[in-house]
Design a protein around this ligand. Structure first.
Ligand code: ADP
Ligand code: MG
Length: 250
């Protein structure tokens, strides 16, 4: 396993959004987290990527504990994420979004910036090369200079993927990557996730589109009211009584 949570819990006042969840993200696979609205899926992502500290429990990445590390440190260890609502600069170009997003990884400081040191120039060139590399990966090279607000929803999702990939992650968490995207385009995003895995990047996604999940995910966790109610292959999940009950409201 690549990432593991042990009894992970997050309380917001009296509400337990994530309740004692132990889950393993398997390396080299497409992992998925499903469950009704409000089940705690995004909160789980916020805990493992360091956006919120957990109330209790632990997170391990490649065997090392990362619980309570700040999000930028976790990003540097090789974990990237996208957000449920894409947090792109709508008025900026695709290329600028990628470059700004990747700045957090550069080594140069203010001093380098003032003096325009060779190091800064090298870093900038590296950033630019990387941006073009990830745009090529997500098939958006021809949109490098397009302003984000003019893109389709599906293209914006691909920009968000590129942004995550620019940090050279080993693991990416994708929060509802296909939300608001039509079925044909969903297929393209699914292909892109498979391509990530083919390039050695482990994927963990949250998704509502059951058909998509069942066709691409290999390891699935189901959350309901913050609790893990099932875990396994698509086949395990589809035949699980508690899952069926949760989804049919029985
Ligand atoms: P999901 O992504 O599965 O739809 P969330 O993880 O967003 O669910 O939310 C789980 C529960 O936690 C919901 O009841 C939500 O209102 C609550 N919640 C999420 N974030 C916060 C927060 N920052 N403060 C208070 N409550 C929150
Ligand atoms: Mg959510």
């Amino acid at each position: 396993m690549l990432l593991e949570t042990v009894n992970l819990t997050k309380k917001f006042g009296g509400l337990t959004a994530v309740d004692d969840v132990s889950f393993s993200v398997e390396k080299g696979k497409i992992n998925a987290i499903i469950g009704p609205n409000g089940a705690g899926k995004s909160t789980f992502f916020n805990l493992v990527s360091g956006y919120y500290p957990p109330t209790s429990g632990q997170v391990f990445f490649k065997g090392e504990e990362i619980t309570r590390l700040p999000s930028n440190k976790i990003a540097r260890l090789g974990i990237a994420r996208t957000f449920q609502t894409t947090n792109l600069f709508e008025r900026a170009t695709v290329l600028d979004n990628i470059i700004v997003g990747n700045r957090l990884r550069t080594q140069s400081n203010l001093w380098d910036a003032i003096l325009r040191t060779p190091r800064l120039k090298r870093e900038e060139q590296k950033c630019l090369d990387k941006a073009y590399e990830v745009l090529d990966f997500v098939n958006l090279t021809n949109h490098a200079h397009s302003v984000v607000e003019n893109l389709t929803q599906e293209e914006k999702k691909r920009v968000a993927f590129a942004l995550a990939l620019a940090t050279e992650p080993e693991l990416v968490f994708l929060d509802e990557p296909a939300a608001g995207v039509n079925p044909d385009e969903t297929e393209g995003l699914a292909e892109l996730m498979k391509k990530m895995v083919d390039h050695g990047i482990t994927v963990c996604l949250i998704e509502h589109k059951m058909q998509m999940i069942m066709s691409i995910a290999e390891n699935i966790m189901v959350l309901n009211f913050g609790k893990k109610i099932a875990e396994g292959t698509p086949e395990d999940i589809m035949n699980d009584e508690e899952v069926i009950k949760a989804y049919l409201g029985g």
